[in-house]
Design a protein around this ligand. Sequence first.
Ligand SMILES: NC(=O)c1ccc[n+]([C@@H]2O[C@H](COP(=O)([O-])OP(=O)(O)OC[C@H]3O[C@@H](n4cnc5c(N)ncnc54)[C@H](OP(=O)(O)O)[C@@H]3O)[C@@H](O)[C@H]2O)c1
Length: 234
Amino acid sequence: MGVLTALVTGSTSGIGREVAMGLLEEGYTVLVTGRRHELLESFLAEARSKKGKAISHAADLSTDEGIRSLIRKVREELPRVDILVNNAGGLVFAPIEKLTDKDYETLMSVNLRAPFLLSQAILPGMKERGSGLIVNISSVAGTEAWAGSSLYSMTKFALRGLTGSLLAEGAPHGVKAFAICPGYVATPMVSGAPVPEAEMIQTSDILKTIRYVRDLSPYAVSPEILLNRLGAFS
Ligand SMILES: NC(=O)c1ccc[n+]([C@@H]2O[C@H](COP(=O)([O-])OP(=O)(O)OC[C@H]3O[C@@H](n4cnc5c(N)ncnc54)[C@H](OP(=O)(O)O)[C@@H]3O)[C@@H](O)[C@H]2O)c1
């Protein structure tokens, strides 16, 4: 097998950055993406000392053109994709009457439309080659809903639905898909949360979870992994 490749969306920050950097350390060629050019540049600078190769592409996944441009970049730069991590996501937490049409369009596009279209573009090649892994970053908010979580929970519940179908369609061809549903992870997304960072899940836990499922034997898969904070149980 030649060089392994991965696409990690939302790799300018938080979970995506950790996962992309971890895969680079293992020698993967990784396509990193997000909107913030300066963070893509700093990722590329840090990536120079790693074993693998990083390629960047700035794209706004809240727009159709942004998603399409990323798909074009994948086709140009990655001969095949071994791991797709649908990680980019936005969070709006507010009572339903406070949510705007723009909130709706943005979250539906970044959290759902992008994973759907990227999976649609990438799964066929994985099936043809008889291997591949699609990881969707859902949330505990994709397993239960609270006051204020309507829009975010809708997208994260739906992402689990997408994951189930990807696994069912991929499995006969040796392709795996799984969803991770974490509670608070220490990233900028939840910097205002009423929990100290040290008591949150760490981004390294998400990387370890992806490696764990990836490294299972060919016929073993965990369709969903709920990863919660210890504090959520006390
Ligand atoms: N942190 C948590 O507690 C937690 C818990 C459960 C699930 N999650 C999920 O984990 C995923 C990663 O979040 P994180 O915690 O790592 O947050 P983060 O540090 O804020 O990172 C979010 C990433 O998504 C990208 N992104 C957001 N909007 C985008 C857009 N319109 N176009 C392209 N990229 C966009 C951001 O890149 P740019 O800003 O550069 O565009 C950034 O790289 C999300 O799907 C989130 O819902 C997080």
